[in-house]
Write a protein that binds this ligand. Sequence first.
Ligand code: AP5
Length: 206
Amino acid sequence: MKLIFLGPPGAGKGTQAERIAERYEIAHISTGDMLRSEIRNATPLGAAAKAYIDRGELVPDDVIIGMVEKRIQAADCKNGFLLDGFPRTTAQADSLGKLTDIDAVVDIEVPFERLVARICGRRMCPDCGAAYHVSYHTADTCDRCGAKLYQRDDDREETVQNRLVVYEAKTAPLIAYYEERDTLIKIDGDQAIDSVTDSIVKGLSK
Ligand code: AP5
């Protein structure tokens, strides 16, 4: 199974992708996580990407496309994969279409006014990548591995506003792009986390 998760920043793509990838035993590929790992490891790619991410801009298409092309050929993708945060532009979608066929594109929809609170309240685990929200997780350590949680630099309100503007301009047009290709499944992401998962599973089973 080859899936794409679309949706604005904070829609819950990462939260749901982890659950769905585990359920269908496919690789979870988050381009955001890949870039953050490059930054942590102080690679040249990470250094180049950091300036874009910190401004809430997209990293250039050629960098991202090359990274994903290599990643989807890895051994853990033999049962399929779930792309979380890719593609984000029409050029990325066109390139992906030349590399492989996609079975379904899940678009997680959440009203814009909810997104800023979701993102600004997010806390991340630097070791296992788990995401929490301050509204339901008050401890400052990760439940899974005990590491100290942190706030992503691009989760501060000034940057979040720009990420939402960039999403509308560059990524939202992909909804029509995949609708025209009959692969789009729209999901109401403004429900409890478990209910969103159930809706996605139901949508995919069709
Ligand atoms: P990336 O890391 O992909 O960020 P994003 O797409 O902006 O998405 P987020 O991670 O902010 O949100 P999410 O939808 O995964 O939500 P989550 O599940 O965490 O990209 C970061 C940057 O990298 C980009 O800005 C860009 O610079 C660069 N980049 C990455 N890919 C690129 C590409 N393809 N091309 C170019 N540049 C690229 O949930 C958010 C919060 O809400 C959490 O606290 C969570 O607990 C909570 N939550 C989740 N679901 C619910 C729910 N149902 N109800 C209540 N709270 C919920």
